[in-house]
Each structure stands twice: as C-alpha cells, then as structure tokens.
Design a protein around this ligand. Structure first.
Ligand code: DGI
Ligand code: FE
Ligand code: FE
Ligand code: FE
Length: 193
C-alpha cells in the first residue's frame, strides 16, 4: 500500500523543508516505527510513512500551521491546541499528508494528529508513532533508556511511561500542561486494567 517511491518522494521533500537535525529525527522515528510495527504485528510500511510525516509541519510558523490544520479540522480543535505550535504541528501534518501525498488512511492521519499529546483510545499505529518519537536513535534525554527498554517489552507500559516523561518534563520546565495530555494518560491507564 505504501510504496518505496512514495517514501523517497517524502524524504526528498522533508530534506528540503526541515533542518538537518529535524530531518535526522524523522528518519530515526521512521526506523523506530518500522521496528515497533514488526515487533507488535503492525504494518511496517505504514508505520515508516507515518514516522516520516509526523513532524512535517514542525518548523513552520504558527499562522502557517493554523492554515493547514484548519483545512482538515476546521473549528473542531481546542483553542489551546490551535494557539500552541508544539501542540498543533501534528494536526497540520495531517493536511500535508492528505494534500501533498494523497494519503486518506484514517489510522495513519490519526497517528500524525495525536503524536504529541496521545489520545484517549489509541490504535496500535498511534501508540507506535507516539513511542517511536521518544525512543528513536538520535534522542538523548534522562530516562530514554528506560523508555527504549519498556518499548521492547510492553508497548502499553511504554506509552504510560511516555506520558509520564512528558508530564515530568513540563513540570520541571514550569510549562503549561495541556489538560488533554492528562485525560489521555488517565484513559490509557484505565484501558490497561
Ligand atoms: O515534535 P517533537 O519535538 O519530536 O516531539 P513532540 O511532538 O512529542 O512534542 C513537541 C513539544 O510539545 C515538546 O517540546 C513537548 C511539548 N508538549 C508535549 N505535551 C505537551 C507539550 N507542551 C505543552 N505545553 N503541553 C503539553 O501537554
Ligand atoms: Fe512532533
Ligand atoms: Fe512525542
Ligand atoms: Fe517528533
């Protein structure tokens, strides 16, 4: 379903639009996503394409992200998400995937939209992209080794540790915490019982 030709085209475009650092990150996420898909019984090509595209809008300015996100989501997104680029870029990536690459795979599009804050009920692919973003080979932060180990053992435990790591980080930095991140973490815990 997802061809090598499509992946090559996406990579060429990303290489032109992202910084070298961000481009290396998306290659790392694509590779980690493939590996997680192979381990947990997902579609490795679908995971690779989602990994490539998840941060496609990351380096745009906020108005450009807002225009993109509007074309896929209209007024359905919470104001908090629309006003903060770090929360909005995944939703903007959905429009890039749809309009530039003709992708209409709802699961793939959801994995782009939800990669930063998670979601209340994530599919396997959504969990894979959410986790690949933390554990890709270029990432280096306190706790990354624990997340890598958990991701190799139990994807749901890893997802919970991912939420916790983001929330800890935001607390330490004195940043606002999007309430949806907390709601999604709670729903994830309940889904594990
Ligand atoms: O795009 P990446 O840097 O690869 O990673 P990401 O999309 O997971 O996260 C982007 C940024 O968003 C990161 O600096 C942490 C921040 N973030 C994640 N959850 C929240 C958040 N920022 C706020 N304010 N609130 C959140 O709940
Ligand atoms: Fe991101
Ligand atoms: Fe993330
Ligand atoms: Fe990322």
């Amino acid at each position: 379903m997802y061809s090598e030709e499509l992946k090559t085209t996406i990579k060429e475009h990303l290489k032109e639009t992202l910084s070298p650092h961000r481009y290396q990150h998306v290659l790392g996420v694509a590779q980690a996503a493939r590996q997680l898909a192979e381990k947990y019984g997902g579609d490795a090509d679908q995971a690779e394409v989602a990994g490539l595209l998840h941060d496609a809008a990351k380096q745009m300015d906020l108005p450009a992200m807002q225009k993109l996100a509007w074309r896929s989501f209209g007024s359905t997104l919470p104001d908090t998400i629309v006003s903060i680029g770090s929360l909005l870029h995944g939703y903007a990536a959905v429009t890039i995937a749809r309009e530039q690459y003709g992708i209409d795979d709802a699961d793939l599009l959801a994995s782009l939209a939800h990669h930063t804050t998670g979601a209340e009920h994530m599919s396997l692919l959504e969990k894979i992209i959410f986790m690949a973003d933390y554990i890709e080979v270029n990432r280096d932060f306190d706790g990354v080794d624990k997340l890598r180990r958990l991701a190799a053992e139990d994807l749901d435990k890893a997802v919970l540790a991912g939420y916790d790591s983001t929330i800890f980080h935001l607390l330490e930095q004195g940043k606002t915490i999007y309430v949806g991140t907390v709601t999604n973490r709670n729903a994830h815990i309940l889904s594990m019982k």
